[in-house]
Design a protein around this ligand. Structure first.
Ligand SMILES: [Zn+2]
Length: 64
């Protein structure tokens, strides 16, 4: 069942819990979303495992 799922994660900059809407129709994705609290750009890595999105977040200084 593919759908959008809300997921909570902590901002790597300010530590606030923010809610993201994950598109579960894509197995692997990476995108940038501005923090809803401090407005800094968070790199978000998503992999879908058994329909459950796993999130990793990085700040702009992290290298891949
Ligand atoms: Zn923040």
């Amino acid at each position: 069942m593919y759908a959008y799922q809300p997921k909570k994660t902590a901002c790597p900059y300010c530590g606030e819990i923010i809610e993201l809407l994950i598109d579960c129709s894509v197995d692997e994705q990476r995108y940038i979303e501005d923090c809803q609290v401090c407005c800094r750009p968070i790199t978000i890595n998503v992999s879908i495992e058994n329909g459950d999105p796993q999130l990793s977040t990085f700040d702009e200084n992290d290298t891949f």
